[in-house]
Design a protein around this ligand. Structure first.
Ligand code: PXP
Length: 237
């Protein structure tokens, strides 16, 4: 069974909407861990739109499961990772104007920049995963950098508008997953996975980890709403 990494960025998105102290993504991480999360994933973006540097430090000291830091392949982020020392770093492409990570990292086009980060992180004993589109070329380029893992971008599968396109995207993930595992790389997948579309991806042979964020946080808001309102009514009443 694949491990579940819960991405708690969007708890911080709600907090940053008011620049206040709640909800605290560290509290959410602890509850996710109690719920069975195998890992906590968080993305420190260069514009700090959700997760803040403080979250990273407090999270590292608090959660007991493995912490997976998603970040851009930059020296600023690498320096932070070397200080905080998460169990794993996932390198992702990052554009300020995007709403969320839009595509996989182009490992070939950014080889030197990515390699500089990978080498520093791996020498410090941090596992490295590259978030890439499910293509043979990207997997082979990742393999050449000797990273331990690749995370295949499931966004095209998740956004497919017809069942035929979805089946095609699923077969790309399955085929690319096979290539990565034949090269002895750990196989992770994520982005856009929901309660409705996760099962075929979880069933792909060799998938070791799924990273899921938005859908879980969205569900948490809903399943917790009734109780939150009842508690406020009780206080008022
Ligand atoms: N994996 C990576 C590399 C990501 O960048 C993200 C989004 O931050 C996720 C997984 C989780 O995606 P979602 O929030 O759509 O579940």
């Amino acid at each position: 069974m694949a491990l579940l990494g819960v991405n708690i960025d969007h708890v911080a998105t709600v907090r940053q909407a008011r620049r206040t102290i709640e909800p605290d993504p560290v509290w959410a991480a602890v509850l996710a861990e109690l719920g069975g999360a195998d890992g906590i994933t968080l993305h420190l973006r260069e514009d700090r739109r959700h997760i803040q540097d403080r979250d990273l430090r407090v999270m590292k000291e608090t959660v007991q499961v493995r912490m997976n830091l998603e970040m851009a392949a930059s020296q600023e982020m690498t320096d932070i990772a070397l200080q905080v020392k998460p169990a794993k770093v996932t390198l992702v492409p990052e554009k300020r104007e995007e709403v969320t990570t839009e595509g996989g990292l182009d490992v070939m086009a950014n080889r030197d920049r990515v390699k500089t980060c990978v080498d520093q992180l791996m020498s410090a004993g941090i596992e490295v995963s590259l978030f890439i589109d499910p293509t043979e070329k990207q997997i082979e380029s990742s393999h050449k950098l000797e990273v331990q893992a690749v995370e295949l971008h499931t966004g095209q599968y998740a956004d497919a508008e017809t069942m035929e396109i979805q089946a095609l995207e699923l077969s790309k993930l399955t085929e690319s997953g096979g290539i990565a595992s034949d090269l002895n790389m750990q196989l992770h997948m994520g982005h856009g996975l929901t309660y409705r579309n996760v099962q075929p991806v979880a069933a792909i042979p060799a998938v070791e980890e799924l990273n899921i964020g938005h859908s879980i946080i969205a569900r948490a808001v809903m399943v917790g709403m009734e109780r939150a309102v009842r508690e406020m009514k009780n206080l008022i009443g």
